[in-house]
Design a protein around this ligand. Structure first.
Ligand SMILES: [Zn+2]
Ligand SMILES: [Zn+2]
Length: 374
């Protein structure tokens, strides 16, 4: 796939999955960007978090890595010739721990300003995982039953308490609003994977956080996560549009990226380098991700057919059986819920109070997908 980098220099070699790698990228327009991979301890499916560093009205950093990784980030920056104390602002693409985990320590030790989407600031009191688990719809209740019966609830890491404390107390100095511009940067709100997700455009580059990733498909939130309690913590401007959570919201945000076309290169927060290969992709990766979900919607409708099935049966039929254990089962169920919710909204599936799923015979979701693309 074509990309806009005329020069890629390896500043520090890392591991095969990109752990600890530092790159200097120069775009065709002459913009210089350092990509610093911040590893996490132990195995991680998504791999290290890629943080990006560049000059834009002062030294700007995008994302930080997991809790406790500030020293590793600072060390990577030093390889690139920068000192962490010179960071003017740190922009968080969304409130997941592998992105904002190290931000509290960074801000404390460097005086950098924290910038995040307005919604990030409003949702600071919440643990994003709790939000997901407390949501209540027949599908969510059924999902919790299955997770409990299979002992599949992922254990929180011991350092999570500290992270949540930092998350609640850290001050967001600048609340980003959609389409805002700062120097050469333009911010774009891209909810779906997370309600506060932003993409950041600079010249012919788009920093996509976890919204658009190479190799893997980011996890969509479920719509019922947007509970009355969450709503009560958000200002009225976010009440009207029912568009912060869920698969349809995610697909709309993907289309925004797809519309930017092949001349825009994406710099993702994971998998920029993996299996000893670069993953330089352009904005058409957004279309690929939409197509992935379109296929899964089609499979879901045809798998349900005219016989009611349980959420567990459906999930095990759609996802690779061998991998459906522990945290993987949880992730697959939640993704299945996101798909069923959309198909319920389009009238193609019906969900009973006990969480049984039944097809109605229609395939209106196709029309929705067509509308998205126009
Ligand atoms: Zn994320
Ligand atoms: Zn991530």
């Amino acid at each position: 796939m074509e990309h806009c980098f005329k020069d890629v220099v390896v500043v520090r070699l890392g591991e095969q999955n990109g752990n600890s790698m530092v790159l200097k990228l120069t775009t065709n327009q002459g913009l210089g960007i350092h990509a610093v991979s911040v590893p996490r301890e132990g195995f991680s499916y998504t791999g290290p978090t890629w943080a990006y560093l560049f000059e834009n009205e002062g030294l700007t950093l995008i994302d930080t890595g997991v809790t406790g990784s500030f020293p590793r980030l600072a060390e990577g920056m030093a390889c690139a010739g920068y000192q962490a104390k010179d960071i003017e602002r740190v922009i968080i693409t969304h409130g997941h721990e592998d992105h904002d985990g190290a931000v509290a320590q960074l801000v404390e030790e460097t005086n950098a300003e924290l910038w995040a989407h307005d919604i990030y600031a409003h949702l600071q009191p919440y643990d994003p995982r709790d939000v997901e688990r407390r949501a209540s719809s027949p599908l969510q209740r059924e999902m919790r039953h299955i997770v409990e019966a299979n002992g599949a609830m992922p254990e929180p890491a011991p350092e999570r308490e500290g992270y949540l404390h930092n998350r609640r107390t850290i001050e967001v100095k600048h609340r980003i609003k959609a389409e805002e511009q700062v120097g050469a940067l333009t911010f774009m709100h891209a909810p779906g994977h997370s309600p506060d997700e932003i993409c950041v455009a600079m010249g012919d580059v788009l920093f996509t956080g976890d919204h658009v990733l190479p190799e893997i498909t980011p996890h969509p939130t479920t719509k019922t996560t947007y509970t009355a309690e969450i709503k009560s913590h958000l200002p009225a401007e976010y009440h009207e549009e029912d568009g912060l959570y869920g698969l349809e919201t995610y697909l709309r945000s993907l289309q925004k990226v797809a519309d930017m076309g092949p001349s825009i290169s994406i710099l993702p927060a994971h998998r920029l380098y993996n299996r000893s290969r670069y993953n330089f992709l352009n904005a058409t990766r957004g279309t690929e991700l939409i197509q992935h979900h379109a296929k899964r919607l089609a499979r879901t409708v045809s798998r349900v057919g005219n016989r009611p099935v349980s959420l567990e049966q459906l999930t095990r039929a759609i996802f690779d059986r061998g991998k459906l254990m522990g945290g993987n089962l949880y992730a697959a169920l939640s993704e299945m819920v996101a798909h069923v919710e959309l198909l319920e909204d389009t009238g193609d599936l019906k969900v009973s109070d006990s969480g049984q799923v039944e097809a109605t015979g229609s395939a209106n979701y196709r029309q929705l997908l067509q509308e998205l693309a126009t």
